[in-house]
Design a protein around this ligand. Structure first.
Ligand SMILES: [Zn+2]
Length: 49
């Protein structure tokens, strides 16, 4: 098991614009922290600030 030391980043939901704390995976995917299923609005696409 690899220790997750990826740097945190700020991202915003593409759908509602809500800012969330996220983490970049190795393949560049943005994964919101604490909300694996995506934004509370139902959006699953995020972009970094
Ligand atoms: Zn959203």
């Amino acid at each position: 098991m690899t220790t997750d030391t990826r740097s945190k980043t700020a991202a915003v939901c593409e759908n509602c614009g809500k800012a969330v704390a996220a983490r970049l995976s190795e393949d560049g995917e943005i994964r919101p922290i604490g909300s694996r299923r995506g934004c509370s609005c139902g959006g699953t696409s995020f972009r970094t600030l």
